[in-house]
Design a protein around this ligand. Structure first.
Ligand SMILES: C[S@@+](CC[C@H](N)C(=O)[O-])C[C@H]1O[C@@H](n2cnc3c(N)ncnc32)[C@H](O)[C@@H]1O
Length: 250
């Protein structure tokens, strides 16, 4: 199933826009004005959403350009990564921030009896993931075209068993994604994070200046309320590190 909340006629005021109101615009009282956005792609700083007041906020994460699916998928062993992070034999929902080509989506769906909510801002990525799902005849995935920086995940609080933040925390507001992951996970839920090694020899990845270290991600996670679980050696994935954070009552 593909959802596209942007096709609905009314637009809620996104968090990023609300955050800006004290700086750039008078406080909003009573009924909120509608925000419509012009999406402006820039080569290095990602896609910006410009609202009706001309206020620009980063929408799509910076440096999210992807190579071909074949090339991208030569860098990982998705099943091995999910298993080693503990994303297997689940009975609850999984939320995937930025599904890209769906590299991890179907393996995640095969590891839970719940539903995988695969989110991406790019229509091409949503279409690629949806086409894979239908070819594989996988029934427990919902692909949702949405901007989770601006609109969050749309998932109910405490509704997910596992969250995937894979190759995404180089975006401008990583802490906000960790807070959103914390909000949607149930009290025994876990969060798996992977990213490119901080090493100039990696065949791809965002510029080193914006690549997060595992320690940085741990600290963003702990500030959001997570507990440290473990660092993981990712099988068949020499260019990446992985960590697991857990909910405080785990
Ligand atoms: C580097 S790719 C990683 C894809 C996948 N997680 C993987 O590891 O194979 C990052 C993905 O996140 C998506 N993305 C970036 N910013 C986003 C945002 N604000 N909302 C939704 N998706 C976003 C991009 O379109 C891209 O498909």
């Amino acid at each position: 199933m593909i959802r596209n909340d942007r096709l609905t006629p009314s637009f809620k005021v996104p968090r990023a826009c609300r955050r800006n109101r004290g700086i750039h615009a008078p406080p909003l009282r009573g009924s909120l004005p509608r925000c419509r956005f012009l999406m402006v792609p820039t080569p290095w700083l990602g896609t910006w959403a410009v609202d009706h007041r001309g206020i620009a906020t980063v929408a799509k994460g910076r440096d999210s350009g992807m190579p071909s699916a074949e090339q991208w998928e030569s860098y990982f062993d998705p099943a091995g990564i999910l298993d080693s992070l503990g994303c297997h034999q689940l009975s609850g929902d999984v939320v995937e921030f930025g599904c890209g080509y769906g590299t991890f989506t179907i393996p995640a769906a095969q590891r839970t009896s719940g539903t995988v909510h695969a989110l991406d801002i790019e229509p091409e990525m949503v279409a690629a993931t949806a086409s894979r799902i239908s070819q594989a005849n996988v029934k427990n995935v919902v692909v949702d075209q949405r901007d989770f920086v601006v609109d969050g995940t749309g998932r109910a609080p405490h509704s997910a068993s596992f969250v995937l933040l894979f190759n995404i925390l180089h975006i401008e507001e990583p802490a906000a994604l960790l807070q959103e992951a914390f909000r949607v996970l149930h009290p025994r839920g876990q969060l798996g994070i992977i990213h490119w090694n901080h090493d100039p020899r990696t065949p791809r990845g965002p510029p080193l200046a914006i690549r997060p270290h595992p320690q940085q991600c741990r600290s963003w996670g702990e500030r959001a309320g997570f507990k440290w679980a473990r660092e993981v050696i990712l099988p068949g994935s020499p260019w990446h590190w992985g960590i697991v954070l857990q909910m405080p009552h785990c």
